[in-house]
Design a protein around this ligand. Sequence first.
Ligand SMILES: [Zn+2]
Length: 190
Amino acid sequence: MDTLAHAAIGGLFFSRSGVRAVKHPTGKPFWRDWTFWAAAGFGSMPDLASFGVHFCGMLFSGELREMLRRFLAGDVMAAAPPVEMLPHYVILNYQLTHSLVIALAAGVLVRLFWKPGFLPYLAWPVHILCDIPVHGRSYFATPVFWPLSDWSFDGWSFGKNLWIVAGYWGVILAVLAWRIKKRKSGVART
Ligand SMILES: [Zn+2]
């Protein structure tokens, strides 16, 4: 799943001002709700901590511009460099951030030491669950049980099946539209 979709799912489902506010209004717009930004951050962190760091490095070497040019020309897989060309830390960080074992252990710490952060934190394990079916073993399958096991599910790559991207974005935008409509009817009632 693309990183922006993970951030959107985080902000929409795991913040106080997302869908939760329909039943429990916060009285604040989403941009003043810290849990919205924290949830978008937890949702996108697994990809930013691995590919994001690498793409930042490419920005300085000029390689990123070439990759974007190919991507915009219709070569979507240009945004997915071959595994053997990636630095080892990208793979290690990907394993660390895409393992449910690690994420759940971190969740226990968040619950114990930072209770208000627990709702936004949930966007992290949900990122992993969303990635499992949309990554194939040929490219960054989700190492869900790492480091206990290297097993991964051989799913359908979202980069090669753009109908998957259209499908999940359709659901995200439908929920967003519903949330905005609910806010408007709430305002009309008061
Ligand atoms: Zn991911």
